[in-house]
Design a protein. Sequence first.
Length: 50
Amino acid sequence: MGAIFIGIIIMLVGGIIMANAAFSDRSQNGFLVCLAGLGLLIGGIIELIF
């Protein structure tokens, strides 16, 4: 259960980063969206491992 909770937190953080990227400068958009995608990927991997 703990791992699922951690995964959900990471996905929420990724969603917040994506929301911030949508409202930020265009130059930073790609980098922030990549970070958000990486966060979602790591969250999914953590859920699979545990």
